[in-house]
Design a protein around this ligand. Sequence first.
Ligand SMILES: *[C@@H]1O[C@H](CO)[C@@H](O)[C@H](O)[C@H]1NC(C)=O
Ligand SMILES: *[C@@H]1O[C@H](CO)[C@@H](O)[C@H](O)[C@H]1NC(C)=O
Ligand SMILES: *[C@@H]1O[C@H](CO)[C@@H](O)[C@H](O)[C@H]1NC(C)=O
Ligand SMILES: *[C@@H]1O[C@H](CO)[C@@H](O)[C@H](O)[C@H]1NC(C)=O
Ligand SMILES: *[C@@H]1O[C@H](CO)[C@@H](O)[C@H](O)[C@H]1NC(C)=O
Ligand SMILES: *[C@@H]1O[C@H](CO)[C@@H](O)[C@H](O)[C@H]1NC(C)=O
Ligand SMILES: *[C@@H]1O[C@H](CO)[C@@H](O)[C@H](O)[C@H]1NC(C)=O
Ligand SMILES: *[C@@H]1O[C@H](CO)[C@@H](O)[C@H](O)[C@H]1NC(C)=O
Ligand SMILES: *[C@@H]1O[C@H](CO)[C@@H](O)[C@H](O)[C@H]1NC(C)=O
Ligand SMILES: *[C@@H]1O[C@H](CO)[C@@H](O)[C@H](O)[C@H]1NC(C)=O
Ligand SMILES: *[C@@H]1O[C@H](CO)[C@@H](O)[C@H](O)[C@H]1NC(C)=O
Length: 833
Amino acid sequence: MTNCHFLFCIARLFVVWLCVTDLVNNNTTRENMSVFGVDLGNLNSTVGITRNGGIDIVINEVSKRETSTVISMTEQERFIGESGLDRAVRNCNNTINCVKRFIGARIDDPAIESEKRFLSCPTSGDDQGRLMFDVAYNGETVSLYPEQVLAMFIQQLRKYVNRETTVDPKMPADVRDAVITVPCFYTPEQRRLVIQACEMAGVNAMSLLNETTASSIDYGIFRGSSLPEKESEAQIVLILDVGYGATTAALTAFWRGNLKVLARKYDMYLGTREVDWTLSQHFAAEILNKYKVDVNENKRARIRLLAACERVKCLLSGNMCAPLNIENLMDVDVNINSFQRGEMETACAGVADRLKTLLVSVIEESGVAADKIASVEFIGGGCRIPMFKRAVEEATGKAPSFTLNASESVARGAAITAAVFSPKFQVREFVTYEQTHFPVKLAYFQENATSVSSVPFLPNVNKIVSLVGKGDFYPKMLEVTVKRADSFSLYAFSDPENEAVKSLFPQGKYVTGEWTIGAASKPTNGEVKIRVRIQANGLVAIEGASTQETYEVEEIEEKKDPENPEKEAEKITVKKQKTRRAELSVTPNVTLLGHAPEAVVKCRKLEEEMNNRDLLVNRTKDAKNELESYILDNRSRIGDGGAWSDFVSADDKSKFLNMANDYESWLYEEGSESTLEEYTLRTAALKNIGAPAQQRWRMWDDIPFALTQFIPKAQAVRDNAISNIGKFAHITEDEIRAVAARAEDAIVWAQVEVETYQKAPKFQNAVLTPATFDTKIKEIETAVKVVLAKPIPKPPKEEKPAAPAAAEKAEDAPPAAPASDESTQVPKPDELD
Ligand SMILES: *[C@@H]1O[C@H](CO)[C@@H](O)[C@H](O)[C@H]1NC(C)=O
Ligand SMILES: *[C@@H]1O[C@H](CO)[C@@H](O)[C@H](O)[C@H]1NC(C)=O
Ligand SMILES: *[C@@H]1O[C@H](CO)[C@@H](O)[C@H](O)[C@H]1NC(C)=O
Ligand SMILES: *[C@@H]1O[C@H](CO)[C@@H](O)[C@H](O)[C@H]1NC(C)=O
Ligand SMILES: *[C@@H]1O[C@H](CO)[C@@H](O)[C@H](O)[C@H]1NC(C)=O
Ligand SMILES: *[C@@H]1O[C@H](CO)[C@@H](O)[C@H](O)[C@H]1NC(C)=O
Ligand SMILES: *[C@@H]1O[C@H](CO)[C@@H](O)[C@H](O)[C@H]1NC(C)=O
Ligand SMILES: *[C@@H]1O[C@H](CO)[C@@H](O)[C@H](O)[C@H]1NC(C)=O
Ligand SMILES: *[C@@H]1O[C@H](CO)[C@@H](O)[C@H](O)[C@H]1NC(C)=O
Ligand SMILES: *[C@@H]1O[C@H](CO)[C@@H](O)[C@H](O)[C@H]1NC(C)=O
Ligand SMILES: *[C@@H]1O[C@H](CO)[C@@H](O)[C@H](O)[C@H]1NC(C)=O
């Protein structure tokens, strides 16, 4: 039915470095040589970087390798990551967590109601029903799209990357290329929105990557030659990721240099937070019973209980029983002692059963016999929970293994993939065969079509071509031939016949691409060849369209007369039809998926403004602290009895003390929340008196000390001069003694100067500085050098040498030596310093 054929069935995708030393090493650009990979989690996120030395996990400002995916907005500033988590309870109305869940969400989606159990920030919908978070910021209620919030978070992660890669603080690194992982159930629209979130944060998302695939890459790449050579003998590994919000299981085949996703299943609502939630409901009932307060009625209390349940769950991973203690929860102190692990497992049995079902179904779908599975690699926060480990064993017959780093493997795979996509790295071949989850089709209208096909959501098409079906692997490139001679529209859509598509695509938005193909300027053969690329990020791109144009040319032909071969050939003009390939214009509808480009630019500006405001708030805080500590630290120094007290005039002293006292009270009153300018102005006013006082106080010790250093140096210069007496015939003793005397004089001068300085009032600025002495030393040194460097006069031709020393020298010199040589020869004085 289709007239489409593959250009490359399977493109080479992942290529990995030979070894660490193969990575390009260029010190001059090293700071910006890195790329990073982000494991974006509902609870925690991890960032890996690839640079010259290999892959590293980046630490955040509190030196943790994982950063909470929390954004807490306040009136003035944003707290992102760990600092956001600190405010999650007290600022719950303006705190956003699980932002990843809400990317592309619609306000009327029934699933959103269940999501809101974990969200404390109010939401609303835009004019198209897209979900937005309503937060109080900068004196007003601001509605933010989830992707804007994600942009803030990515921006924060990028700061960690930049800090990590900055070698010289004067040249801060500015790393922008990244690969972001997403859940495999993200729709093309959600993927597009993640890319746009990166744009808003100024990050170039080179590609997106499915989470389990990222960790498969981390698994496969470093196993190299320990893997079987042939696909038929491939090692089958089940990668299981039980995260906070969702669980994915991928059955993957590994053989040398290759990995192939055989089957993948997910449960969007199975995660460790389901355990937290179940526990919280269990405890809420107990608290209602015991303390007569309903936690579910109070948002803050609900969040606190949820957080406390998370701790209980963690404790029960290592212990058989744990207490639940929450102080002042709706005015009661909750103390529930010795909650047993068994009780948790009974309460959460349904959650563990869902995990078993998922594992059984993924193995079933792959068609691989359970005993062919070499290992079950368990990652994600859920891998620490004993009942989940048991569920794995019961469903697969294998104890889970923990070869992969549970919290870092996805980020590492993403960082490796970032290196693959970046031209900055040299990499070795490693092929990844991804599995398609959403079948993608192409649709258009063909005139006089003999067979017609239709889909309800695209009324104006009659031809449908399958691009990737379930079980196909990609990225790939293919060519589709369309019978059209004029301009026409092309659509890409995800096929709703597929269950996953039907359940995941909101409001029947199945169309994921729309392009207008331009008409040719000349008559054509009525066929357009479309080059389609299914990108590694899962989105469809039309790379080009071309047709065969027909055109006429006039050619001159020579026609020979067969009768008369001697006669000159006759030239005649003939018209010829020729064809040539012509590229047609391809115009994508850029507003179809995600936000319009202008809207993204606007969000980028807003993000920059908010970032600048955060910077200003930080600088203002610093300036306030500086003023505060200046007063506390230096007031007592200037005050009577303080170290600097004698080094300010009485006027300045009282001025300084008055200012310091005034500013101190101001800081506690109207100045408690002032501007950067107000703080710096006041600090500067204090410094105006304080800094010179400190300087004079320093000099009081420094100048006498400099004198003690000066005297031996000057003496050395003098002694050096004197030691040269009699060494050179052309330098007289008088000359040398004269410069030696200058050194002597300098010593006397310095002693007098210092004495005068010490007699003057201490609050007067010294005329002297230690540098004055250095200058003096240089001066006398130079004077000595000049004398000793005096050129030897040219010996008169006939005259006898005047001094024996000079005579010896003259004899040594070859008679024919050019005079110029001698005149430039400067005798080297003995050491001068
Ligand atoms: C190192 O960086 C310089 C300056 O950017 C560039 O000209 C040079 O080609 C780089 N060398 C390598 C080996 O990449
Ligand atoms: C590159 O940087 C390393 C470490 O900073 C240094 O040891 C090495 O000498 C540098 N190499 C070049 C060619 O500058
Ligand atoms: C959050 O908003 C609700 C409703 O506007 C309000 O009652 C509550 O006091 C707020 N909570 C906090 C912590 O500000
Ligand atoms: C990194 O790139 C940024 C922006 O392009 C530039 O300002 C910075 O100087 C670069 N740093 C280094 C060390 O090259
Ligand atoms: C999330 O990160 C924090 C550290 O920031 C860590 O203590 C916690 O265990 C992590 N949670 C999970 C489920 O990995
Ligand atoms: C992952 O690796 C880091 C660094 O080696 C280590 O600190 C951490 O404990 C590991 N996590 C797990 C779950 O193995
Ligand atoms: C990721 O997962 C989606 C959905 O399961 C699938 O269609 C796609 O092929 C996978 N791979 C990539 C690279 O996106
Ligand atoms: C379609 O059919 C009509 C009528 O038979 C004909 O005029 C037209 O050229 C055909 N179009 C194409 C593209 O073949
Ligand atoms: C692009 O798609 C949007 C959303 O479906 C639609 O409203 C708009 O009209 C389309 N634009 C063009 C130029 O076709
Ligand atoms: C402001 O300071 C806080 C804490 O020191 C830090 O976490 C945050 O990243 C800073 N913000 C900016 C924009 O630098
Ligand atoms: C005290 O004053 C000196 C001189 O102005 C300044 O360098 C120093 O930072 C001040 N101390 C504090 C804690 O601000």
